[in-house]
Design a protein around this ligand. Sequence first.
Ligand code: IMP
Ligand code: MG
Length: 187
Amino acid sequence: MKETIRTLIPEEKLEERIAELAAQISRDYEGKSVHLICVLKGSIFFTASLAKRMTVPVTIDCMDVSSYGSGTESSGIVRMVKDLDEPIEGKDVIVVEDIIDTGHTLEYLLGNLQARGPKSVRLCTMLDKPSRRVVDVKVDYTGFEIPDEFIVGYGLDYDEKYRALPYIGILHLEEEGGHEEGDWESE
Ligand code: IMP
Ligand code: MG
């Protein structure tokens, strides 16, 4: 299987947009501290880039969730793989996601976090595939809305590959003797 990647969002455009989001969040939270929750592993690059550009005080914690999918569809069954290190009670929390697809992961995450008594919870995603949404989730900050393609780079992987690309690309899989779009399982 031959894997090729076509650039969708070049590095400069991505970093420029993240700087805009950081400025907007910093304005919205002026006079407060923001507790960022990085959803592993896809959001590590986005969280780092966002956090270092914010002008309000920032703390960071990480959590990892996994959703089982069959074929190209995520099943909606999500489980926690790694919990946060610190309580979030009384904190202004922003969940930082790499991409929102069906919305199952976010629905689980937001429900789980709300139950811990944070002062507020907002959602910031680098990428959004609105055409794929199954569960309605309210997104407060979005980097880019993208078409229904399989994305890699800037934290996003295909079989753990391509996470470290500094840009966002569309992955194409080609088989000898035929052409096939990527079949994939959500994490
Ligand atoms: P959801 O629960 O369907 O919204 O799935 C969200 C998760 O699926 C993301 O956090 C990613 O880990 C993964 N995912 C969804 N779309 C893509 C993609 O295009 N490339 C890589 N991972 C993806
Ligand atoms: Mg993810």
